[in-house]
Design a protein around this ligand. Structure first.
Ligand SMILES: Nc1ncnc2c1ncn2[C@@H]1O[C@H](COP(=O)(O)OP(=O)(O)OP(=O)(O)O)[C@@H](O)[C@H]1O
Ligand SMILES: [Mg+2]
Length: 252
C-alpha cells in the first residue's frame, strides 16, 4: 500500500547519468542568470551572519535537489568562492555521476573506519570547475541516518567549513527518512526545492513542519520546472532561444 500518492515517480536518470550542469555549459542562458540571482539572494539572506553550510532538500524524491545543488555550487565557485559540494544523499547518490567519477570512495568512508587526513584528501575531488570540489557519497551504507547524525559528521562539517568558503549539502528528501532533518539541524541555512505543478501543497507544508521541528533555518524556496508560458512576461527578452531547465537547448 502506498502512503502517499505521488504524481511524480523517482527518476532513475540522474542516478545513472547525474544531473545537467547548465550553469557550466551554458553560462549565458536564462537559467544560469536565474542561478546567479539565487546566489545573490542566498548571500544576502543572512547579511550579518554569513552562511557557511547550505542544505538543499525537498519534500519528495526526484524534485530537483541534485540539479539545484550542483548548479548553485558551480555558480558560487565561478564567483570565486571556494565551494565544496557534499553528496549527503546516501540512498540515491548522484554527485559522482554528474562529475563523471566513480563512487568507490567518499563521505561514507570518512565517517567509518580510521579518521585521518590522507583519507580526507583522497575523498575530496577537485572538479574541472575552478574553486569547486566535490565529496561523493561513496559505497551506499546500511545506516545512512546514523552516519549523518554522528559526531564524526559534525567534526567533518566543521573541518570543511574551515577549509572552504561554502559547504553545500545535496540531501535526500525530508519526508520518509530523517536524514534531511538531521542535516537541517546542523546547516546554517536550508533551501527547499518545490517543482511547479508537481509538488503537493500538503507535502511541502509537511516538509517545512519537519524542518521547523529541528529548528532548521529555511531561508527560502526554489521553484523549478516553471513552464515557459508562465515566465514569458518576466523574461521575454531572453527568448531568442531558451533552456527548458532540463539542460537541453530548445529553439522557439
Ligand atoms: N528544472 C528542471 N526541469 C526539468 N527537468 C529537471 C529539472 N530539474 C531536474 N530535472 C530532472 O528531474 C530528474 C530528477 O532531478 P534530480 O536528480 O536533480 O532530483 P533529486 O530531487 O535530486 O532526486 P533524488 O530524490 O533522487 O535525489 C532528473 O532527470 C533531472 O534531469
Ligand atoms: Mg538527488
Amino acid at each position: 500500500m502506498k502512503l502517499f500518492k505521488h504524481k511524480h515517480d523517482a527518476s532513475q536518470d540522474s542516478l545513472l547519468h547525474g544531473v545537467a550542469l547548465i550553469t557550466d555549459y551554458a553560462p549565458m542562458s536564462r537559467v544560469s542568470e536565474e542561478y546567479k540571482t539565487l546566489r545573490t539572494n542566498i548571500l544576502y539572506a543572512k547579511a550579518d551572519d554569513p552562511i557557511h553550510t547550505l542544505l538543499i532538500t525537498s519534500a519528495g524524491p526526484s524534485e530537483g535537489k541534485s540539479t539545484v545543488s550542483g548548479n548553485i555550487a558551480a555558480t558560487f565557485a565561478k564567483q570565486g568562492l571556494r565551494t565544496i559540494l557534499l553528496d549527503t544523499d546516501m540512498r540515491r547518490p548522484t554527485v559522482h555521476a554528474t562529475f563523471g567519477i566513480q563512487n568507490n570512495f567518499g563521505l561514507v568512508d570518512l565517517l567509518t573506519g580510521e579518521e585521518d587526513n590522507e583519507k580526507l584528501q583522497r575523498a575530496c575531488r577537485q572538479t574541472e570547475i575552478e574553486n569547486l570540489t566535490i565529496l561523493p557519497c561513496g559505497p551506499i551504507p546500511p545506516n545512512p541516518s546514523e552516519l549523518l547524525a554522528s559526531k564524526r559528521m559534525t567534526r567533518l562539517l566543521k573541518g570543511l567549513t574551515n577549509a572552504f568558503d561554502l559547504v553545500i549539502l545535496d540531501a535526500p528528501p525530508v519526508i520518509s527518512v530523517t536524514d534531511a532533518q538531521v542535516l537541517g539541524s546542523r546547516a546554517d541555512a536550508t533551501v527547499l526545492v518545490v517543482p511547479y505543478g508537481i509538488a503537493q501543497k500538503s507535502m511541502v507544508m509537511e516538509a517545512k513542519s519537519l524542518l521547523d521541528q529541528v529548528n532548521a533555518n529555511i531561508i527560502g524556496v526554489v521553484m523549478n520546472r516553471v513552464p515557459a508560458s508562465e515566465r514569458q512576461n518576466r523574461y521575454g527578452y531572453y527568448y531568442d532561444a531558451y533552456y527548458n531547465n532540463d539542460g537541453k537547448k530548445h529553439s522557439k
